[in-house]
Design a protein around this ligand. Structure first.
Ligand SMILES: *Cc1c(COP(=O)(O)O)cnc(C)c1O
Length: 641
């Protein structure tokens, strides 16, 4: 049954909390108007009192109303994300505190590019970074030099891109510094070792360099800075930099086979090239640490630099979680062996699940306590992975996914704020000089550090207020992922019953046990051995679960999504296992026909807060399986008899 704690959090599937939201919107709109009037109340109104009665005014208003009505009418064809009948993509209803904070902030229109344009919301954004830092186990005390730093982005795609930028800057800086050879700074002995420092050692070197600069006269300092700047990869470009350092080559990124396609985009955007993105073989759709070890060993032997190893917390297709503890351990081991790289965790989807693992005082919850709330969650491996988050060099998390915040609110976090200096852009026309000052002062010129320029302060306000109303621990925000994980466990129970009920008519399998709240179903009519036939069947089922602009919304009972399993990603063993479990003939896979090179499966995102019985006897999950049975039996036709 849905927890009462969740009842005031959302507008609700039926708009149940409409009066509350309406009151908030009107109240704070009025409040904004008073703020305008009170700036200089002695200024007379610029728009005359009688203006609204003029024909031109009324004509404008009529046009505006017409267009707004047209917009509102067409938006009725939107996808009903708010409904518990929507279990498709990674989106659901919006948290009221975030929605209200967004509405409230919009008319002030703050621009979080810099403090001049956003005196209030910039600090909220920096505080959001600290709130998320604490969630993940990073240092969140801004008075400490090694405090973490985080900022918002338009989404996970750009946060992942920012992680590549920072990793490359961190890797290349020691090489540039060697070329400049400032006295008194302990430098790596050759380019290869400079390019292969542990990320923490590169930050230590940066601090030593800052210490050296601080002791210089202002004029000397300028000269040294210019010299360094001339040697940096960011100045020379990758080609120019590598030409100067022939021992080095373009570094690779090792990512799991489940990696989101933003990684491919990022490689292209960085100019590293898609070919430098190598996929690490999986085990159950999680990075296989042995395979990773082999790859790193090969890179080491071949003197192939590695920029980053990516771990995914909550894969986009399967909800699986990589063994992050093994990744950070590999980083430390290989750095000691002379192959340095960063570990980035792409927790765009799964990051907020961490709230379930956090005590209110910030400690990690013991596994045993958590297991009392759930049937299987979390697996001990998942608990170990979450415990290792604080050791990752950087993290992506999307408040606009499991944070239930309006788009676009992604977030990038780095473990040690000192590294961010390497990304700083000197745009004097926007920013006053000086990197010094305290944490907030330094990052208030946010535009210097982020990929974007102008960006919405309203998004920062939405995330901040949400985290204040629902602190990021299991007693508060955790109520949401708790509901979602319970719904996933209920879904699995229902799927098992469904499979048993349809035994002999339909094979229904969960191809990969998820670690989170995303779950796939592979469905094959009994007796069918042909891959292409199964794919046609599942595509047809999916058609009934997807949006069709030509059909009224109400013609859809449920919304779901689909994905595919490709043998080149699965590897031969897993492919055979999945095929056998569905009764498929391996000879029909990739037999040269249409649509037979992969398996099409249904994918379900169980983040709607009202999936479980809310006390009125309706379980949307049970209804979904009834629906699926009807559709599947209709498609297999008379054969069901
Ligand atoms: C959604 C997602 C992304 C991309 O995030 P956007 O907010 O859509 O840009 C990246 N990685 C993972 C694992 C995701 O689930």
């Amino acid at each position: 049954m849905t927890s009462p704690a969740i009842q005031p959090c959302f507008l609700g599937p039926y708009g149940e909390n409409d009066a509350l939201l309406e009151k908030l919107v009107v109240e704070f709109l009025r409040d904004h108007v008073y703020w305008r009037r009170n700036f200089h109340p002695e200024d007379p109104p610029a728009i005359p009192t009688g203006a609204a009665g003029e024909p031109a005014f009324r004509e404008f208003e009529a046009r505006m109303r017409r267009e707004l009505h047209a917009l509102s009418a067409s938006l009725k064809r939107s996808v009903p994300f708010h409904s518990p009948r929507y279990i498709g993509h990674m989106v659901s209803d919006l948290l009221l505190p975030g929605l209200a904070a967004q509405f409230l902030t919009l008319p002030y229109n703050p621009n979080n590019v810099s403090i001049d344009a956003a005196p209030v919301t910039i600090d909220l954004e920096l505080k959001v970074g600290l709130q998320l830092a604490r969630l993940f186990g990073y240092v969140d005390d801004p008075s400490r030099a090694d405090c973490a730093f985080g900022h918002l982005t338009s989404g996970g795609t750009l946060a992942n891109f920012q992680s590549l930028r920072l990793a490359l800057a961190t890797k290349a800086f020691p090489v540039a510094l060697r070329a400049v050879a400032p006295p008194l700074v302990p430098l790596p002995e050759d380019d290869w070792s400079a390019f292969n420092l542990a990320p923490s050692a590169a930050v230590a070197l940066l601090s030593a360099w800052n210490g050296f600069l601080a002791a210089c006269s202002p004029k000397e300092r300028r000269l040294w800075r210019q010299r360094l700047s001339a040697e940096r990869l960011e100045t020379l470009g990758l080609a120019g930099f590598l030409a100067k350092h022939p021992e080095l080559s373009t570094p690779r990124v090792l990512a799991p086979v489940t990696a989101h396609y933003s990684w491919s985009k990022g490689m292209k955007l960085m100019g590293l090239g898609r070919a430098q993105l190598e996929l690490v073989p999986e085990r159950g759709m999680r990075t296989n640490p042995d395979a990773l070890e082999d790859m790193l060993g090969r890179c080491h032997r071949e003197r192939q630099p590695v920029l980053m190893v990516v771990g995914v917390m909550g894969s986009t297709e399967f909800g699986t979680i990589d063994p992050l503890d093994a990744l950070v351990a590999a980083r430390d081991r290989w750095a000691a062996a002379g192959l340095g790289f960063c570990v980035h965790v792409d927790a765009a989807w799964g990051g907020y699940l961490t709230t379930l693992f956090r005590e209110a005082d910030g400690r990690l919850r013991p596994l045993a306590d958590m297991r009392e709330e759930f049937r299987d969650f979390p697996a001990p491996e998942v608990h170990a992975a979450v415990a290792a988050l604080g050791r990752a060099d950087s993290i992506t998390v999307d408040p606009h996914k499991l944070g239930y915040i309006p788009y676009g609110a992604g977030a990038f976090l780095c473990r040690d704020q000192r590294a961010m200096q390497l990304l700083a852009e000197d745009a004097d026309y926007v920013f006053s000089p000086g990197d010094d000052g305290d944490f907030f002062q330094r990052f208030r010129q946010l535009g210097r550090f982020i990929p974007e320029g102008s960006k919405p302060g309203a998004a920062a306000a939405a995330v901040y207020v949400t985290h204040k109303v629902l602190p990021l621990d299991h007693e508060h925000f955790g109520a949401l992922p708790r509901e979602s994980i319970l719904a996933t466990e209920a879904f699995r129970t229902a799927a098992t019953r469904f499979a048993a009920r349809l035994e002999g008519r339909l094979a229904c399998r969960i191809p990969f046990e998820p670690d989170s709240n995303l779950i796939c179903l592979a469905l094959n009519p009994a007796g069918n051995r042909d891959v292409a036939t199964m794919n046609r069947f599942v595509r047809e089922l999916h058609r009934g679960l997807s949006f069709d602009p030509r059909q009224p919304l109400q013609s859809r009972e449920f919304f779901g999504s689909m994905t595919t399993l490709r043998p080149e990603v699965l590897g031969p063993e897993e492919t055979d296992r999945v095929l056998a479990s569905l009764g498929l003939d391996p000879a029909t896979l990739d037999a040269g026909g249409e649509d037979d090179d992969r398996l099409v499966i249904l994918r379900h995102t169980l983040m709607n807060p009202f999936l479980l019985d809310t006390g009125n006897g309706i379980s949307y999950l049970e209804m979904y399986f009834d629906y699926l049975e009807r559709q599947a039996m209709r498609l297999v036709g008379g054969a069901a008899a």
